[in-house]
Design a protein around this ligand. Structure first.
Ligand code: APR
Ligand code: ZN
Ligand code: ZN
Length: 367
């Protein structure tokens, strides 16, 4: 079978370390793009999926936050050329359904359209065995084959090690604030959980011109970064009741928007209790699909609401170039978000660092 040799870190057993091995990539078909990966961020959802069954068949190639150079394109690909610098964004969308045509590709009715069919050869395999690409990307590898709808060209001036963050951490956090919630000047914002995603929610609120941006976390280093990136107030919730403090700094009113960016019932409760009457909470944190969030009725008497958030309501082809431009203007800060630069062989340490409460991102760099 013609194809391309590559190297990737494969999950063969839930909870076991990833194994770095030779992988084979199939040739690109008409709507696909092959990317030489230069940087791949290690995101919390990679860790989550490595440890519990979320329905992705094994062996599985994790990683979904990549930046690199286009090496090959299929015959039908338009707007992406060999040599382009690109970011991959896991908003799998068909481009044709009512949601896509309505500008909501993150709610696509046919998001499997970007995958190959079962009759086609797998894009990734090891010695003839198919390897699943996590959310259409599978980016812990030095080369990937992707559907063109997930690939967005960016200016050459944006370094790869920060560009990769645009694909998930930035899109999710910034997008929740700017696109899903539409925060604007005069709004008051709480962000609960200031890691790789939450710090971008803080930045989104700053870029939107929010009047007050209150960051809540258990980790002082996370809160230090939050201040650097635009928080006006920080609260370490391990020292006391964060809601009382939110009420104090908002003159007893509570905030207009609260973002939960961890995925736990108790932190959603902090978000809801921090809201003023009629306020809106956004659940960005992710849990196993069948996890239950108990929410006290009292919040709804005050006409509060809780919104789900799908990938920061990102329209990749519109928002990623915007975010890249904001970075080049110095208005979106990305360098501060990269805590560690590691090799593919160190991917398991990168995942462990998330578990032990690391701050911001580890990014895998390829030669
Ligand atoms: N109270 C306050 N802060 C907490 C708590 C808690 N009970 N538990 C964890 N945190 C903080 C951590 O200290 C850390 O700063 O939440 C932050 C989580 O950040 P990361 O581990 O970097 O996770 P991140 O990649 O930002 O993802 C957060 O969003 O998209 C989802 O799947 C993702 O559910 C995950 C969430
Ligand atoms: Zn669609
Ligand atoms: Zn992610």
């Amino acid at each position: 079978m013609p194809g391309v040799e590559a190297v990737g870190a494969v999950l063969r057993e839930l909870g076991a370390p990833l194994v770095v091995e030779s992988i084979q990539l199939d040739e690109v078909t008409s709507h696909e793009v092959r990317v030489r990966v230069h940087a791949s961020g290690v995101c919390r959802s990679d860790l989550t999926v490595a440890h519990a069954d979320h329905g992705f068949p094994l062996p599985l190639m994790l990683g979904h936050e990549i930046a690199g150079t286009v090496e090959a394109i299929g015959s039908a690909v338009r707007g992406i050329a060999v040599g382009d610098h690109v970011v991959a964004c896991p908003v799998n969308h068909c481009g044709r359904c009512a949601r896509c045509r309505n500008g909501q590709p993150f709610l696509c009715h046919d998001h499997h359209a970007t995958a190959r069919t079962s009759e086609q050869a797998s894009r990734v395999s090891v010695a003839g065995e198919s390897v699943t690409q996590f959310i259409g990307i599978g980016g812990f590898a030095d080369r990937v084959v992707l559907h063109e709808n997930l690939v967005v060209p960016i200016p050459h001036e944006v370094p790869f090690d920060v560009a990769c963050l645009l694909g998930c951490g930035v899109s999710t956090g910034l997008g929740a604030v700017l696109n899903t919630a539409g925060v604007t000047h005069g709004d008051t914002v709480v962000v609960v959980g200031c890691g790789g995603v939450g710090l971008n929610a803080v930045q989104g609120a700053r870029i939107a011109g929010a009047r007050r941006i209150i960051a809540i976390d258990l980790n002082d280093e996370a809160l230090r970064l939050a201040t650097e990136l635009g928080a006006t107030d920080v609260i370490n919730s391990s020292y006391g009741d964060p809601v009382a403090e939110v009420k104090r700094v908002t003159n007893g009113l509570g905030v207009t928007h609260a973002f939960e960016i961890i995925g736990r019932p108790e932190t959603l409760e902090i978000a809801l209790a921090s809201l003023g009457k009629g306020g809106s909470a956004y659940l960005v944190g992710v849990q196993k699909p069948d996890a239950i969030l108990g929410i006290p009725f009292r919040h709804f008497f005050d006409q509060k609401s809780v919104h789900g958030v799908a990938m920061g309501s990102t329209i990749p082809q519109i928002h990623i170039p915007e975010y890249a431009e904001l970075y080049l203007q110095g208005r979106l800060r990305l360098d501060e978000l990269v805590a560690n630069r590691i090799t593919l062989a160190e991917v398991n340490e990168g995942l462990d660092r998330l578990r032990t409460g690391g701050v911001a991102r580890s990014v895998i760099l390829f030669e």
